[in-house]
Structure formats: C-alpha cells, structure tokens
Design a protein around this ligand. Structure first.
Ligand code: NIG
Ligand code: FE
Length: 412
C-alpha cells in the first residue's frame, strides 16, 4: 500500500489502547473505544481515526470489511522460542504419566534433546519451520513476535539459529525480534564449568552477534538445572557492557532470579511462576517489566504466575506464549491470555494491554501496540460486536482480517 491512502472499516468498535497507564491495574472504563469507526492508512501507517460514515464521504478509496467486526492493535508476543527442529511429544507423554520436566531433562530429554535436533537441522530448514510458525501466529492476529535462540549452545549453532531467524524475518510478514539465549542451559558436551561456558559466550559469541547485527537482546535462564544468580549477574553485566538489552527467565521453578532482575534493572523478567510477595514488590517498584507465560503453566500442569498481585503492586504486566517444543507446545496467545485472565481475575483492559501496548514496551517498540496516528498500521479484526467477546470465547475466536503495516495479510 506504499504511497497511497485507503480507508478501512466500518468497525463496530475500534479499541485504540491509547491513553492508558502503562503500569498497574486497568478498568474496562479505561478502554478508548470509537464506535462505527474507520481508519485511514497511508504508507503502512495510521493516518487518521474517526467515524466511518464521515470518512467515507471524502472520496478516499475504501477497503470495506464485512459483518460485525471489532478492531484492536495487532497482537504482540514478547516471548517465544519458535526456531527449533524436532518434537517433544515423547516428553509430553511422559509428563502426562507423571514424570516432571526436571526428571525428563535429567534423563537426557528436555531442552537438550531439542538442542541435538536443532543442531542437526540446516539453516534453511530452521528458517522454514520458523516461517511456518510465524505465519500460523499471523493468522491468530499476532503481528510482532519475539524469537529466542538457545537451541544451539555453541558459537556455530547459535549463529546459525540467529541467522535463520533473520532469514525467516525476510520471508514472513510478521516482524520477528531476535533474542540471543545462548545461556539457556550449560550444554552437556561443553568441557568446563557453567561459568567457563558463559565466559566463552561473552568472549566468542556476543561480539559476533553484535558485529553481524543478529540481535540486540540477551537472555539467560536462571533456575535449578540452568544458571545460578551469581553466574547470571556476571553474564548479564558483561552483555550489558557490550551494549545489549538484558533480560531473564526467572523464578520458573526456584526463586532468586527476580531479585537479580531488580538489582540489575533488566528490561524484562519472564516466567515468575514461583515469585513471592517480596519478589513482586521488588519488580513492581522498579523498571523491570514482568512477562508471564501461562502457556508454560498449561504445558507443565503447574500454577500460574501471580499476575493479579503484580498488577495490584503497580507492575506493567505482559503476557506471552513462550511457544517452544517442551514446556509450552501450544502456541496460542489469545487462548492462554484468556485462561490466565479468568484464573487471575484480570479485566479485559488488563489482558488486552498485556498482549498489545504493554507487550510493545517489553520489546522497546514505540511505534505499535496502540492504534494511533503515526503508528504502524498493524491491526487485527475479530468477528464480534464488543471487545468483551475477545476473551469470553477463551481463545475460540479467530480474526477475520489481519493487517501488517497497512497490508491486508489475512482475510481469514
Ligand atoms: O521458557 N524454561 C526454560 N526455557 C523454556 C523451555 C524450553 C524448552 O523446554 O525447550 C521456557 O519454558
Ligand atoms: Fe521461555
């Protein structure tokens, strides 16, 4: 649509997500809703919002939508691991029969088995898998997707994965935001300590990632069976000194991570299933964005992160899918956010903010997540009459239209 203008609509409701606080609880009265609305798009951006009937009289070319449709900002998934090869259906079946994630990992399955399969795959194969998963997400209305490496765990394979994510970004209409998760676990075939592995990554991998501009973000998994708080402190400090934004997988099975997150002021602390009241206060009192991952709780059959308490404490809560072959194999953000919402008593406004405007902040993207003049025309339209229906169907509602940078990419 480069260079030309068009009007899209009419929308029964246009939910802008504009003029809302970025932190803390939200009431549904905070939602800015324009009824019977139209949007004028120009050069992939939003030019004007208003009443469809009035805009239509201006003679502008029109892309009319059919039926009752509610439009919201394109959804943003701020935490995924969608660049992998192989399947962990065997692991899942073992979990169904009572084995824990940790037991499976200790027996050689889990993350390590995905690393072996991902190392074997070619860069082209990984690109293809990533494109397919991203396109599936686009059809669900997710127009921006963070994608972590972390299934290579040596210099060559981590670079291969980050390059595959970059190639996939060229081939899908979704925007993929890459994150280096070389500090996922200590690889079983590394000859040395966990700290020595991290030192190797700091010296040999991160400078390459910077030079080749493969990612601006560095993540680490802090937990039992992964890295300790002290190891993470060293690693994240070095990564920050090299110019990366830093983030963490924290408090999934064991506590300690969020305290380091607050101490370092990381961009986001993700998971938080076992965070306690003190951790919540620390996170909410600082700049760290909490990203909770109900898909991992559903995939592991464990409790949800304390989303309500985080909101009440004033945190800018984000919900993401964590889509990966192990802990979170589902990959359905709307469904997961809906389920978390009913268990944690999150309002429609809080849940929608957690996958739009607040998720944009977790990726430091200031041009999306809100329907506002000048912002990217990333939009998703659902077949319903009210935004309240979005979570009511608990994920069993699909978009009828998705626009990415003003282009209709899916008339689903
Ligand atoms: O965020 N917990 C660590 N990493 C991923 C799971 C990766 C996997 O199981 O393959 C997560 O849940
Ligand atoms: Fe994750």
């Amino acid at each position: 649509m480069r260079g030309d203008r068009k009007l899209i609509g009419p929308f029964v409701q246009l939910v802008t997500m504009d003029h809302m606080p970025l932190r803390g609880p939200l009431s549904d009265n905070d939602l800015e809703i324009i009824p019977e609305a139209g949007i004028i798009l120009k050069d992939g951006r939003i030019e004007l919002l208003g009443r469809y009937a009035e805009m239509r009289n201006t003679g502008i070319s029109v892309e009319e939508v059919a039926g009752d449709v509610v439009v919201v900002p394109g959804l943003i998934d701020a935490h995924t691991h969608i660049c992998w090869a192989g399947s962990r259906a065997e692991d899942y079946a073992e979990r169904l029969s009572g084995k824990s994630y940790r037991e499976i990992a200790e027996a050689g399955g889990g993350i390590w088995s995905t690393i072996l399969n991902t190392r074997k795959a070619t860069s082209g194969e990984l690109t293809e898998h990533t494109v397919q998963r991203a396109e599936q997400m686009m059809r669900q209305g997710i127009t921006t997707i963070e994608v972590k490496s972390g299934y290579g765990l040596d210099v060559i394979h981590e670079l291969k994965i980050l390059k595959s994510i970059r190639d996939a970004n060229e081939r899908t209409t979704a925007d993929l935001i890459p994150t280096c998760l070389a500090a996922h676990i200590k690889p079983h075939d590394f000859n040395g300590s966990s700290l020595q592995y991290l030192e190797m990554i700091v010296e040999e991998l991160l400078p390459e990632v910077r030079t080749r501009n493969l990612s601006k973000r560095v993540d680490i998994y802090v937990d039992i069976n992964a890295f300790t708080v002290d190891e993470a402190r060293y690693y994240l400090t070095e990564a920050r000194n090299q110019g990366f934004d830093i983030l963490m997988h924290a408090d999934q099975f064991t506590k300690g991570g969020t305290r380091l997150a607050a101490e370092l002021g990381v961009l986001s602390a993700d998971h938080l299933e076992v965070s306690g009241d003190e951790d919540i206060t620390q996170i909410a009192g600082g700049s760290v964005i909490p990203v909770v991952l109900p898909g991992a709780s559903l995939g592991l059959g464990t409790g949800f992160a304390p989303a309500r308490k985080l909101l009440n404490a004033g945190a800018p809560l984000v919900v993401a899918s964590d889509w990966n072959p192990g802990s979170a194999p589902m990959g359905n953000l709307l469904l997961q956010a809906s389920i978390l919402g009913i268990y944690e008593k999150m309002t429609v406004a809080e849940t929608l903010a957690s996958i739009t405007c607040r998720a944009a902040a977790a990726l430091k993207l200031s041009d999306r997540g809100i329907i506002r003049t000048g912002f990217e025309a990333d939009l998703v339209a659902y077949p319903c009459k009210s935004v309240k229906e979005l979570f009511y169907y608990q994920g069993n509602i699909s978009p009828v239209y998705v626009w990415k940078k003003g282009l209709q990419v899916c008339s689903c």
